[in-house]
Design a protein around this ligand. Sequence first.
Ligand SMILES: NC(=O)c1ccc[n+]([C@@H]2O[C@H](COP(=O)([O-])OP(=O)(O)OC[C@H]3O[C@@H](n4cnc5c(N)ncnc54)[C@H](O)[C@@H]3O)[C@@H](O)[C@H]2O)c1
Length: 437
Amino acid sequence: MKIAIVGTGYVGLVSAACFAELGHEVVGVDIDEAKVAMLKGGESPIYEPGLEELLKSGLKSGRLTFTTKLEEALPETKIVFSAVATPQGENHKADLRAVFIVADTVAKHAKHDLIFVNKSTVPVGTGKLCEERIAKILSGRKSKITIPVVSNPEFLREGLAVTDTLMPDRIVIGINGETGTARMLMEKLYHPITRVGKPLVFMTRESAEIVKYASNAFLATKISFINMLTELAEVSGANIRDIALGMGLDHRIGPKFLHAGIGYGGSCFPKDVKALLVTAKEHGLSMPIVEATDKVNVNQRERFIKKMLAVLPKKSTIAVWGLAFKPKTDDMREAPSLDVIPSLIKAGHTVRAFDPVAMDRAKPLLPKETILVHSPMDAAKDADAVVLLTEWDEFRGIDLKKLKSAMKGNLVFDARNCYEPEQVRREHLQYVGIGVR
Ligand SMILES: NC(=O)c1ccc[n+]([C@@H]2O[C@H](COP(=O)([O-])OP(=O)(O)OC[C@H]3O[C@@H](n4cnc5c(N)ncnc54)[C@H](O)[C@@H]3O)[C@@H](O)[C@H]2O)c1
């Protein structure tokens, strides 16, 4: 089946490459000419494990192509996905301009029936708005074609995006009205995945739109819940890892998303949590749990920065390990490093930073005083302190003896609770974690 995926970012490109791998004919569309040129040459503009191999194999098979012009992708296309960004707009409201441009362009240029699918994360009611815009344009064109609007939110995790796309926990589809064709096309599209037992669940478009925000807000809440307890653990002499272990072994709770640390970042949780609050407010509702989730997260980041500043000697040299918001990605959106590094520099310290894959993307976002180096040990050489911000295995497995002998000082700030405090102390390093002693 021929499909078009508009927006070739973390979601759109992975989806395009995976659908091509599953046998569909896919056109990836993006307004960014430089990005499309790279993609045509088989080079991925983003770091995502396994993606470049799929990109190359899709191009080789001829099933994956790229263009900057959506109208060129439309002939014979059965499904157009919007996977464009929906960043935080004014007052934390989701900025839907790109989604509407895509919907309008499809409506202006389509010459046959097709379906428009929102994979971008959009607030409840956006599908209806797209449908109205499309209907208006089609009626202006006096066109009889039909373009139902479907919601198909994306749940992939950066760093695991290829696996999550090919083997998702579930595929959620929201369809309203008499759209048997839309249902049939979505079933056909996902058949290579559902045939191995992965559930495809149908519901109304509104429910599907809310599932996405509700899932992210719930996961963020789990993180903030455990982070909320770190302060109590610190003042009472408890250990947050033991608390999380004791809680997580209860099957009703489960161990995932109970890792205390500096708080969540990334392109989704912070913006989706805030956007859900805006949506609630627009409906005259409040969501106190979601509000608290956001507040705890902001506080957690600030608390850790204060903790560091309180013990750092004046004019320290600090090694920062990890810049992206999590391992195995180069995504810098809402990364803790973007708050931590400016605060350290502002306080008069020198920062030497390293990230295995995010340095190019990070450089323009960091203060110009930040010194970027080529390895964790380069950063740690003669440093007064090391701050671990992203839990790459490379940092987890560092030789602590070598680290101690490379450093001038002895402070280790572990913003992800990666190390065993006792092991760190054994090397005569001073350990500062979150909610652990
Ligand atoms: N990144 C994630 O982990 C993730 C996970 C689930 C859902 N989402 C959601 O998926 C959507 C996309 O996120 P992303 O991280 O892939 O964003 P992204 O910023 O990485 O990619 C968006 C792409 O859309 C392109 N674009 C913008 N306007 C366009 C237009 N009018 N026509 C064609 N292309 C256009 C941009 O050039 C960019 O390449 C967002 O709504 C996001 O909330 C993201």
